[in-house]
Design a protein around this ligand. Structure first.
Ligand code: PLP
Length: 384
């Protein structure tokens, strides 16, 4: 018997399964090497697992405080002070979340009301726009420049009196672009004398290459006053499945954030928060992440040297864009399907991250994989 359809008016009509779910299933169906979804295929540190276990055994298994375990918030405040010279009050300005995804959802939901406009720079991580829409807001899309640099003039041109928020992501998924000091200055100018709130997605803050430095929006005295800065332990500690992140913001913004946070999750995983708090005392892990991932990026690029892909080395994140315009006329979805079915490597097409320009012949691969997997994938990709 077929079930009755009670949904007559979807809240997110036109939105289907995410491209990550589609491509990961395709990789499984065709037994292809999966370079699509962004997660490491190697384990996190044994020490971190032992710490989580220790806290579980010691009975830290009930609800954490709503804003997060105090030790963890304190350590995050110390780390931000040390790295970015910005002081956040761990009581009133830092909240631990169920991954960056929940922090993004919460920050956008805390601010956006019906009729508000939100500027989103694309290609854009896929969670931003649906959350804006769920809150009755209107996404205003602006493309990165041809070389994936930030096109501030277009951002400026998109601002209207309804603009309530701009969402920034650096290092940027999927292109690897990173904000530099002059971008920060321009952003200050653009938002000065406006009421625009910034959401800065900095989950790849520790994965940045070739000696470049991550510029956090919190480093700008001016921007930090209007910013939710979001990060994730998942990317930094090879623990994407643990889903713990955090949001730092001035007290008034954090108050609004927590009004929503308490009714979404109330609090997040207790023993893992204690474990991260201890592990944050070992900065050598996150300080070595740049070189760890840079050597993986370089291995992938050097093993694809004889291929026909055009490659500009990514500046940050664990993603590399491959330009296949000299290989195929297929659109990126069809080309990605072909790569999975015929070549045995699964990638992510970029068009689902875009509304403005879906025609570019580019795909994204994730190099957070064991070296032998990267070499095997490159061997296959070289053949086309
Ligand atoms: C740019 C960006 N933001 C946020 C997230 C989500 O992070 P989390 O897994 O901590 O929710 C991801 C994960 O891929 C991402 O790439």
């Amino acid at each position: 018997m077929s079930s009755k359809n009670f949904i007559h008016d979807s809240k997110l009509s036109g939105l289907g399964l995410s491209i990550f779910a589609i491509m990961s299933k395709m990789a499984l169906d065709y037994n292809a090497i999966n370079l699509s979804q962004g997660f490491p295929d190697f384990n996190c540190s044994e020490e971190l697992i032992i710490l989580v276990n220790k806290y579980q055994k010691e009975g830290f298994n009930q609800y954490a405080p709503m804003p997060g375990v105090q030790q963890l918030r304190e350590r995050i405040a110390q780390k931000i002070k040390k790295l970015y010279k910005k002081g956040y009050d761990y009581n009133d300005e830092i909240t631990i979340t169920a991954g960056a995804t929940q922090a993004l959802f919460t920050a956008i939901t805390a601010i956006i009301k019906s009729g508000d406009e939100v500027i989103i720079i694309e290609p854009a991580y896929d969670s931003y726009s649906p959350v804006v829409l769920m809150n009755g807001g209107t996404p205003k899309f602006v493309s990165l420049g041809k070389d994936f640099s930030f096109d501030w003039q277009s951002v400026k041109d998109s601002i209207s009196e309804r603009t309530k928020m701009i969402i920034i992501n650096s290092p940027h998924n999927p292109t690897g672009s990173v904000l530099n000091e002059s971008d920060i200055k321009v952003l200050e100018e653009i938002t000065r004398n406006t009421k625009i709130i910034l959401v800065s997605d900095e989950v790849y803050e520790h994965i940045i290459f070739d000696g470049q430095k991550h510029f956090s929006l919190c480093q700008s005295e001016e921007l930090s006053q209007r910013s939710f800065v979001i990060s994730s332990f998942g990317k930094t500690y090879h623990t994407t499945g643990w889903k713990i992140g955090y949001c730092t913001a001035p007290k008034t913004l954090t108050e609004e954030f927590r009004k929503i946070h308490q009714f979404i999750v109330f609090a997040v995983n207790t023993p893992i928060q204690y474990a991260y708090a201890d592990y944050l005392n070992k900065p050598e892990h996150y300080l070595s992440l740049n070189s760890f991932y840079q050597s993986k990026r370089d291995l992938l690029i050097s093993s694809l040297k004889e291929s026909k892909f055009k490659i500009t080395p990514t500046s940050g994140t664990y993603f590399q864009i491959l330009d296949y315009s000299e290989i195929s006329e297929l659109n990126d979805m069809d080309f990605s399907t072909y790569l999975t079915k015929e070549i045995g490597v699964t990638v992510i097409p970029i068009s689902p991250f875009c509304t403005i320009d879906k025609s570019r012949k580019i795909i994204r691969v994730c190099f957070a994989k064991r070296d032998e997997v990267l070499l095997q994938a490159a061997e296959k990709l070289k053949k086309i």
